[in-house]
Write a protein that binds this ligand. Structure first.
Ligand code: CO
Length: 132
């Protein structure tokens, strides 16, 4: 399973990109608001994968609460899968807990679904469909 991206929770997208861009290379994508998740995101290419920087739109969003509780840092790990619904069903079939019972549309118009960190040793896992 390929790693599509690593999500990093930050207080400021612009400050994060200013720090990461000269080291990783390239430029972050134009910030995109994902209202359903209460975040603004920017992707920075790194080899065959990406870093996804997440800035909360609201303090009471999931990422806003994460920052308050744990500070900036790695927020989730995203695997690229051919079929997000099948990946979620596979987690459920193995006794895992899901955050999303059905896939939804996430950043970049991609299909996504999240599994609960309790089922992955404390790691929030996202499954993301291939680019369209
Ligand atoms: Co993500």
């Amino acid at each position: 399973m390929k790693i599509d991206h690593l999500g990093i929770a930050v207080r400021s997208l612009s400050e994060a990109l200013t720090q990461y861009e000269p080291v990783v290379g390239g430029h972050g994508s134009p910030p995109e608001a994902v209202e359903s998740q209460g975040v603004r995101v920017s992707f920075l290419e790194s080899g065959e994968s990406h870093l996804e920087f997440l800035e909360p739109l609201r303090p009471d969003s999931a990422v806003g609460k994460f920052l308050e509780k744990r500070g900036e840092g790695i927020h989730h790990l995203a695997f690229r899968v051919p079929d997000v619904a099948a990946a979620l069903a596979n987690v459920r079939a193995h006794g895992g807990r899901l955050i999303d019972e059905v896939p939804r549309v996430g950043a970049r118009g991609r299909t996504v679904g999240f599994a609960h960190p309790a089922s992955f040793r404390g790691v929030l896992v996202e499954f993301v469909g291939a680019p369209r």
